[in-house]
Design a protein around this ligand. Structure first.
Ligand code: SF4
Length: 607
């Protein structure tokens, strides 16, 4: 047998890297030599994969590896004091490991716990609502040898609101197998027709019609097809999938199995973000129970030939892997870089086979639609967006947490529900969504009257923009970060560009360089060194980034900045240099004119 045939499947690479890192707290040079031989890949390729993900370490990261969440919401809670407390108790600065190798202290971006900040992960166990006092006790107990698991606090589900029971889709009691049993006697094509008729669309934020996606996959003939659940919930401020998986893991499994039945797939994978490692055990136990009850595996529900198996693939910290082609590349053991859309995953996806990638909420909704029946589902929500939506609420309000609301609720009523305190601006749909102001409070949360030019039109005419937008629904992937009048907009926008600079995979120039330049411009504005031309340049660059980036990360990275400039021009203008501060007499060309002459003379002399 050749070496190639002997080698491990690359799709198992990431899980193996995790196993090694868990044992040794890093992936050493020796490990890399062995892995590259076992997988028959070069060291350079392997290093490329390892270095792509935030959570793989080439150096020892401490027996206890602490990742403190530095998201905006965390910073507005107790981040700075908690960070100081960790540094003091452990005796090192952030980004280092103690000499005895006991503790490693690092920062990381949003870990999906925005409703329970300040939070941290220690060896991927969650610690929420941290205070300096809690940190002191925690470190002391770890030093005394208490187990990490006994000290960690499993995150609260924190479900704050659901509609009355006949209008609830997600957070009503779950009964194992109820949704799945509905497919008995229904042909796969009819399941797809049902999902199409429900108008269910991708709840991760892209809103592609789910039934159509399933149809495309079904129409592609292949010996193997895959269903992938995108549980890489990385959008800052979003945590509804965490709660859904914790509350109803079985509902997700049923949704995936129904999707498998509809498109003809026999294999499914949950791509779980590393930040949610603590959910893995629960998901695995639920899968086991399904297998025992004949609700997964071979001839499910006694239907001859209805086979479906499930496994879990752990991410390793890369926001861009929420993009479906990047996620597939990651599952194949590669760097999680988005591909050009020569083929869609439903044509050639995971391992080159037709693949459906759906978000957790989408798959759970599909299961509920079968369970509750189409008419009951269509009776909830609005015409364009039937059903309910899960919202992850964090920031300046009395009731952060998870809300299941009927599509169509006006924003101002939602603000009442969450008990928003003196709302100033909202990041709606996370860092890749819109910045909302009081102009938007009359808009409804729905997919009604959407405009193709949603974000960019009428940038120079705020009044016309507000008039048009008042009739346009607000569709959200689920993040709702609210800020009151004590918060400054500019540092938050700067934080957003910091995030995109760090998370851009770097493969295309507009996204990589554009976000870097925007970051520098915002810094300049913050220092009050900018003038009107800088604002014009920002708009131009935003437009270039939006139009020419390869994937959704780049295309949406400037949405918040653009809408903030439109709705809060005074926040920018107050930082600009006054005309009188600019030396109008200074002319760069004239200033260097003399040097040009000297250089010309020198060149002529030596010709
Ligand atoms: Fe990578 Fe950004 Fe290009 Fe997407 S847009 S492929 S994240 S560089």
């Amino acid at each position: 047998m050749s070496t190639k045939e002997n080698s491990f499947k690359k799709s198992s690479l990431m899980n193996i890297l995790w196993d090694i890192q868990k044992k040794r707290r890093c992936i050493s040079r020796d490990d890399m030599t062995k892995i590259s031989k076992a997988f028959n890949i070069s060291r350079i390729e392997l290093e490329g994969v390892i270095s792509f993900y935030h959570f793989y370490h080439l150096k020892h990261a401490g027996k206890y590896t602490i990742y403190l969440n530095n998201s905006i919401i965390s910073k507005y809670k107790d981040f700075y004091r908690v960070k100081k407390a960790f540094e003091k108790e452990i005796g090192i600065k952030t980004g280092h490991v103690t000499k005895d190798g006991l503790f490693g202290l690092f920062e990381t971006s949003c870990i999906g716990l925005s409703d329970q900040e300040t939070s941290a992960l220690i060896n991927f166990n969650a610690f929420t609502n941290l205070t300096p006092e809690k940190v002191k006790t925690l470190i002391s107990k770890l030093r005394q040898g208490e187990s990490l698991e006994s000290l960690s606090n499993f995150p609260e589900n924190n479900i704050q609101y659901t509609p009355e029971e006949n209008k609830t889709v997600f957070f009503k009691p779950y009964h194992q197998g109820n949704a799945l049993k509905k497919i008995i006697g229904i042909e796969p094509d009819s399941v797809i027709d049902l999902i199409k008729a429900s108008k269910l669309s991708g709840r991760g934020g892209a809103f592609f019609p789910t039934g159509l996606k399933w149809q495309f996959c079904r129409d592609n003939k292949s010996d193997q097809k895959y269903i992938i659940c995108n549980a890489d919930e990385g959008e800052p401020g979003t945590f509804k999938d965490r709660v859904l998986m914790n509350e109803h893991p079985g509902l997700l499994i049923e949704g995936m199995t129904i999707a498998g039945y509809a498109v003809g797939a026999t294999e499914g994978t949950i791509y779980l973000r590393a930040e949610y490692f603590y959910l893995k055990n629960k998901l695995e136990k639920t899968i086991k129970k399904f297998l025992e009850k004949g609700l997964l595996g071979k001839n499910i529900l006694g239907i001859e030939g209805f086979d479906f198996n499930l496994n879990i693939h752990m991410g390793a910290g890369a926001y861009v892997c929420g993009e479906e082609t990047a996620l597939i590349a990651s599952m194949e053991g590669k760097r999680g870089e988005p591909t050009t859309k020569e083929f869609f995953p439903v044509e050639k996806g995971y391992l080159g086979k037709p693949t459906v990638v759906n978000n957790v909420e989408t798959l759970c909704a599909a299961a509920r639609i079968l369970e509750m029946g189409l008419d009951n589902y269509l009776a909830i929500g609005t015409k364009a967006t039937p059903g309910t939506k899960l919202m992850s609420v964090s920031g300046d309000c009395n009731k952060p947490g998870i809300y299941e609301i009927e599509w169509g609720m006006k924003l101002k009523y939602f603000l009442d529900l969450i008990e928003a305190k003196d709302p100033h601006f909202i990041l709606f749909n996370g860092f890749s969504g819109e910045c909302l102001s009081s102009q938007d409070f009359d808009r409804e949360i729905s997919g009604e009257n959407l405009l193709a030019e949603h974000i960019q039109f009428q940038l120079n005419d705020p009044i016309e923009y507000a008039r048009k937008m008042s009739a346009v629904g607000l569709r959200s992937g689920g993040a709702f970060m609210i800020f009151d009048k004590t918060r400054d907009l500019l540092p938050i926008l700067k934080n957003i560009t910091d995030f995109f600079v760090a998370e851009s995979c770097g493969i295309c120039v507009p996204c990589r360089t554009g976000n870097f330049l925007l970051n520098k411009k915002l810094h300049k504005i913050k220092l009050c060194h900018a003038d009107k031309n800088d604002l014009e340049e920002i708009k131009e660059w935003c437009s270039i980034i939006k139009q020419s980036s390869r994937c959704g990360l780049g295309k949406t990275s400037t949405n918040c900045l653009l809408t903030a400039m439109l709705k809060f021009p005074e926040e920018f203008n107050k930082c600009l240099l006054a005309e009188s501060d600019i030396n109008q007499a200074f002319n760069l060309e004239k200033a260097v004119d003399n040097y040009d002459k000297i250089i010309n003379e020198i060149e002529t002399t030596y010709e």
